[in-house]
Structure formats: structure tokens, C-alpha cells
Ligand binder design. Structure first.
Ligand code: UD1
Length: 386
């Protein structure tokens, strides 16, 4: 059996690492038996290309270098999807895999799914069935297209399976396997725990960014990540968030802000950069490596984020999490489902009120069903048996 799997952007890397390891383990288990193993090829579309957005994750998570990098880079959605399809079609025609495996919901996921099906290759989606029901979110379009085309849909939780059934996906195509990102979290937890918070902050502080001191151990800090177009592409919304952070939040707690390249670009464009760079008690950090962000999450008094992956990690680590969105495709991470996260959108009154509640609440780890670190093995068993 030949599998071509696809990654394109940062959140994909934590999902493919355990899959590749599980393929290797499957092949080893067959060694000497005479049974043919799985031939696996990894394709990187090149959507993310900066060292700290891509290469650093390959290194940290021991992902073998991609067999082919399509070098697509940045661009509009149509440019990214269109160019990826053109380049990936050549790969599929040349390799003729039995399966194309895609993960998550980025443009690479959607583009390669369409291409695989147009080439009549079977398609498997890891992290299927997530729905925010917010069609202004590019990822929601990617999820709908990918799931509609997939032959095997690997879901991270039971709610995702219900979403797929409601859309008419046949039962035999849905496999509830758990959350593959938690495989990575469990495999890397110890290595992350061994890192030193002050050292992470000092090594990743942005040039000239932030006057905040490194937080004392035990003194507590909050941690921010922000990159969704709905939060960073509108100057009024981004400006109001920056006002709250600089005038209010940082009076109570040191804020560590790991700044996504899209957000840095927008802060500069809207004339907000000098303010955040000069803010007291706020430390601007470059995009962090996997272990470094996990380590900060382990100690943070509170996380503020619009990232889906971080919501999931907060759920398992129990870090109080303010999700800076009005909806989530990951309801299992919400407090009402036993998780650690609360939706606060970008309404400053709501963020302020919830911050207070969250800081009093403290850590409450939760583990949704099958988020047990063994998801990738279940996926490879299903693919090998199909
Ligand atoms: C993409 C994904 C999003 C995911 C996020 C994680 C889509 C539709 N969006 O959003 O789901 O949560 O990745 O980071 O696929 N840039 C760089 N260097 C890089 C990559 C990007 O400087 O290595 C800058 C460029 O200015 C680029 C901008 O960031 O235009 C946005 O990058 P892009 O990949 O288009 O979308 P993200 O916002 O990163």
C-alpha cells in the first residue's frame, strides 16, 4: 500500500508526526512476516515556510524531511489553493498512491483533497467532522469540502461524528479515533516540562519588543496568541484588543504574547506596533517552537487565544482558556462540556469579566474520550485494514 500524506501549515505538523511514527511502527510489526508494509511519502505544500513556522517543527518533532516540497508560499486563498492543486496533481499522477491522507483544515488540506478525488484516489481526513458553522471562516470552507470528499473520516470526538451523520455521511466511513494532536502532546510532555520559562522568554524576545520583565516563577503570567483574520484584519477590532491588553490586563499580570507573522504585519500596518512594543509588563515573543509553547502553557495562569489547537492543549493541561472567538469547531474543549475554555469573542467587556472569573478558577485538566495518545495507531490500523 502506498500513502501520500500532506502538510502545509504549522498546525499540521503536530498532527502528521504521530501518524508517520505509527506507519513506521506498523511496518516494523510486519518485518519478517513477508507481508508488504506501507510505503509513505510526505508532501509539504510550502504554505508556511519561515524556519520558525515550519522547519523548527520538523526538527523538534522528528518529522523526516518532506519527500517533496511544492513551495507554494503566501498568497490569496485562490492563489494558494489553485497553485497547490496544480502542483499536487503532478505528484498524484506520478505516484498513483492508494490513499491521500490530509490533516486539519488549512488551505493545503482542501486543495489536496480536491486534487486527490479528481484523480480518483481514496482520501482520508484526520480531524474530520469539526464544525464552527461560521462560513466566514476560511477553515470552515476547507473542512466542509474535505469531509464531503473523504472516503474515511477520522473524528476526534463524538460530537464531530454526530455532525457528519447529520450531513449524511455513511456510518461505515466514520471512524471515531480520538485527537491525534494529543498523541504529540503526550509524547513530548516530559521534554517540554524540562525547559525553563525564563530561558524561553529570553531566547525568543522580539527585537525591541516589550518592556516586561521575565515573570518570576510562581508570580504567574498570561499567554496570548492571536492570528485569525476576524481578530487581526480589522483595525477597530485589533485596536480595541490592544487597548485592553496594554491598559488593563498587563496591570494585573505579565503578558507573554507570541506574535504570528500575520499579526505582526497587521499591527505595523495599523500603526499599533510601537504601542505594543513599548507596553509595560508585556513581552513580545517570536512564534515559538512546539515544546516552548507547551512549556509556557503548563505554567500560564490563563491563556487567551484564537487558535483551535491551543484550546485543545489547554483542555488537557487544564489551563483556563479565553477563546477569542464567537464560535468554535471544538465544543468538546468548552467548560460546558468539561473543558477549560470559554468563548469570549472580541468583546472587551466580556473578555474583562471572564478574565477575572478564570483567574480565580485555577487549573482543571480534562481528558475527552480517546484523547489518550494512541490515536495515530488506530488510524493506521484502519487504513491498513480497509
Ligand atoms: C493559516 C491557516 C490557519 C492556521 C494558521 C496557523 C488557512 C486558511 N489558514 O493561517 O487555519 O490556524 O495557518 O498559523 O490555511 N507568513 C509568514 N511566514 C510564513 C507563513 C505566513 O510571514 O511562514 C505571513 C505572510 O504574510 C502570509 C500571512 O502570514 O501572508 C498569512 O499566512 P497564511 O498561511 O496565508 O495564513 P495564516 O494566517 O498563517
Amino acid at each position: 500500500m502506498k500513502i501520500v500524506s500532506v502538510v502545509g501549515a504549522r498546525p499540521n505538523f503536530m498532527k502528521i508526526a504521530p501518524f508517520i511514527r505509527a506507519v513506521e511502527a506498523h511496518n516494523q510489526s510486519l518485518a519478517g512476516s513477508g507481508a508488504p508494509g506501507i510505503r509513505h511519502l510526505l508532501i509539504h505544500t510550502g504554505q508556511h515556510y519561515d524556519d520558525n513556522m515550519s522547519r523548527a517543527f520538523f526538527k523538534a518533532l522528528d518529522i523526516p524531511e518532506a519527500d517533496i516540497n511544492l513551495g507554494i508560499g503566501s498568497g490569496s486563498h485562490a492563489e494558494q489553493v489553485g497553485l497547490t492543486m496544480i502542483a499536487f496533481e503532478k505528484v498524484v499522477r506520478q505516484e498513483r498512491p492508494d490513499w491521500v491522507v490530509v490533516v486539519g483544515d488549512v488551505n493545503a488540506t482542501c486543495a489536496c483533497s480536491i486534487t486527490a478525488k479528481k484523480e480518483h484516489v481514496r482520501l482520508a481526513h484526520i480531524e474530520a467532522g469539526l464544525r464552527s458553522r461560521d462560513m466566514t471562516m476560511p477553515e470552515e470552507v476547507n473542512r466542509l469540502v474535505t469531509d464531503r470528499l473523504s472516503d474515511l473520516l477520522f473524528t476526534p470526538d463524538r460530537l464531530s461524528g454526530e455532525n457528519l451523520r447529520a450531513e449524511g455521511v455513511p456510518e461505515k466511513q466514520i471512524r471515531f479515533v480520538g485527537n491525534i494532536m494529543i498523541d504529540t502532546l503526550e509524547a513530548q510532555r516530559e521534554k517540554a516540562a524540562a525547559l525553563d520559562v525564563a530561558d524561553i522568554v529570553n531566547r525568543n524576545r522580539m527585537g525591541g519588543g516589550g518592556l516586561g520583565a521575565v515573570p518570576d516563577p510562581g508570580q504567574g503570567f498570561s499567554l496570548l496568541t492571536l492570528h485569525r483574520p476576524s481578530n487581526v484584519d480589522d483595525p477597530a477590532i485589533l485596536g480595541a484588543i490592544v487597548d485592553f491588553l496594554t491598559n488593563e490586563l498587563t496591570r494585573e499580570l505579565t503578558l507573554l504574547w507570541t506574535v504570528h507573522p500575520r499579526t505582526e504585519k497587521q499591527l505595523r500596518r495599523f500603526g499599533l506596533w510601537d504601542r505594543v512594543a513599548a507596553a509595560r509588563n508585556m513581552v513580545l515573543l517570536t512564534p515559538l517552537g512546539y515544546h516552548e509553547l507547551l512549556r509556557l502553557n503548563m505554567d500560564a495562569a490563563m491563556v487567551l487565544t484564537d487558535s483551535g489547537g491551543l484550546q485543545e492543549e489547554c483542555c488537557v493541561l487544564g489551563t483556563p482558556c479565553l477563546t477569542l472567538r464567537w464560535n468554535t469547531e471544538r465544543p468538546v474543549t468548552l467548560r460546558e462540556h468539561g473543558g477549560a475554555s470559554v468563548l469570549v469573542g472580541n468583546d472587551v467587556d466580556r473578555i474583562r469579566k471572564t478574565c477575572r472569573e478564570m483567574l480565580q478558577r485555577g487549573r482543571t485538566p480534562a481528558r475527552p474520550e480517546l484523547w489518550d495518545g494512541k490515536t495515530a495507531a488506530r488510524i493506521v490500523t484502519a487504513l491498513a485494514g480497509d
